[in-house]
Design a protein around this ligand. Structure first.
Ligand code: SF4
Ligand code: SF4
Length: 442
């Protein structure tokens, strides 16, 4: 049931783990007075509100939806009144419509919890869409879109690597909802006719590995449980990236530009598969998220269960506030791939797994100096790219060479910036290079 990694990916870096919240059991955040719910919390089409301003709503009630296949509905995390519907500027520069929901403190349910019956693939896809679940941490692919892959699949790969520093929310899911993870995996494997499942998890999380192994051993149907294997992976960033995880767990290489289904794999986050099972058990859609609040600039780092739409400022207050406010840096996600926030009034979305609070000292980057052509960036790049050459082509606005250098394959993991001897902002240059090369392709 427990196996070692089949293959080790090229490149990557050793990052300090800082997992000081690992043994902090999840606590609920008291629901804030006002929730902010952007109408786009996933990749794909923006949603249309199905409620109006001044309308009262109940917990779990549908608030917004779309006819587009690539979309995920939005539900009310609290009961109360829709105060307004107006544009919200997000940290990525995008402006989206958002619902502002005033909490009445009643927590009145739209409908009583009841299991959702699923007997085949079509019903599973319908349930996944109705749950409002989207992928965590990455682009936010709606879950039902992932489950609808047309290619034949033979392996369900569960991402429990959690290789970003500070974040422990998936680890807490693994130790607090162990049986639900296994049940969710078996549900997906049964209805999508996937014969085997693997849970990839970094070897710095022995308690999670032991909990999952024990859950498989005590499963009432040992023959079924035998279809799932736990793979202990080396703690090396970015072990949780899709291509690296699949390679480590199965030895298969996803070709450039292809999706995991091209090599017979469906990859889901460990919390996503658990939340899918939770929806099937209760009928309650995705309205709360487990997040890690950590970093060197928060008084009480902890894991919290927060309503989607909770403003970061309410979360910081509950955790005792920032230690220093001047020049502090707030990141939704981890320090390697998260998005820095300009305003603590920004909300937690369905994709958020962490709020990382950094002090000025740890957030201030050293001065950039000239490239010394040491080659460390290319050696660290798990995608085999040449970041220094990409930077040079970007400066020369040479889009043809940018495309030849396959800048589009960059997954913005940040390994190149992390190791650069000259502190060059390589990951930012990669993002700019990708944007320019994409414009030309259009
Ligand atoms: S790591 Fe930095 S200094 Fe070294 S080659 Fe790459 S860009 Fe240049
Ligand atoms: S950010 Fe892009 S170029 Fe840099 S190491 Fe990661 S994949 Fe390679």
């Amino acid at each position: 049931m427990l196996a070692q990694a089949i293959a080790k990916f090229r490149g990557g870096v050793r990052v300090p783990h800082h997992k000081k919240t690992a043994e902090a059991a999840t606590e609920p955040l008291p629901a804030p007075k006002l929730l902010i719910l952007p109408l786009q919390q996933h990749i794909g089409a923006a949603l249309r509100p199905v409620v109006k301003a001044k309308e009262t709503v109940k917990v779990g009630q549908l608030l917004a939806d779309s006819d587009a296949f690539v979309s995920a509905p939005l539900h009310a995390p609290v009961s109360g009144k829709i105060k307004s519907i107006k544009p919200l500027l997000l940290a990525n520069g995008q402006t989206v419509e958002a619902l502002y929901l005033e909490n009445d403190g009643e927590a009145a349910l739209f409908r009583e919890p009841a299991p959702v019956k699923v007997e085949n693939k079509e019903q599973l896809l319908q349930a996944a869409r109705a749950s409002g679940l989207v992928g965590i941490g990455g682009a936010g692919f709606p879950l039902h879109v992932k489950l609808a892959a047309k290619e034949p699949l033979d392996t369900l790969v569960i991402n429990g690597a959690e290789c970003e520093p500070y974040i422990t929310s998936d680890y807490r899911e693994a130790v607090e909802a162990t049986d639900r993870i296994i049940a969710g995996m078996l549900t997906v494997m049964t209805h999508l006719l996937i014969p085997q499942g693997v849970i990839g998890i970094e070897d710095n999380k022995p308690r999670a590995i032991n909990a999952l192994t024990a859950a498989l051993k005590r499963h009432p149907d040992p023959e079924t449980a035998q279809r799932i294997q736990i793979v202990s992976l080396p703690s090396r960033y970015p072990q949780g990236a899709e291509k690296m995880l699949i390679y480590g767990c199965t030895g298969r290489k996803v070709p450039p530009g292809a999706l995991p289904a091209a090599v017979g794999c469906l990859i889901l986050n460990i919390s996503t598969v658990s939340l899918l099972q939770d929806y099937l058990d209760t009928g309650l859609p995705l309205i709360t998220k487990r997040i890690t609040v950590s970093g060197d600039n928060i008084r009480r780092p902890q894991n919290l269960l927060v309503p989607v739409g909770a403003p970061i400022s309410d979360i910081l207050d509950f955790c005792g506030g920032l230690i220093e406010v001047e020049h502090a840096k707030l990141i939704l996600g981890g320090p390697m791939m998260g998005i820095a926030q300009f305003d603590p009034a920004q909300p937690v979305t369905k994709q958020t797994n962490a709020v990382t609070c950094l002090s000025a000292a740890s957030a201030t980057l050293p001065q950039e100096t000239a490239c010394i052509r040491c080659g460390r960036c290319s050696r660290a790049c798990p995608m085999n790219l040449l970041p220094l050459e990409i930077e040079r082509s970007l400066k020369n606005k040479d889009t043809e060479t940018l495309q030849k250098l396959q800048v589009a394959a960059c997954m913005e993991c940040g390994c190149c910036s992390f190791v650069c001897s000259s502190n060059r902002r390589l990951v930012q240059y990669m993002r700019e290079g990708k944007a320019i090369a994409k414009e030309v392709v259009k």
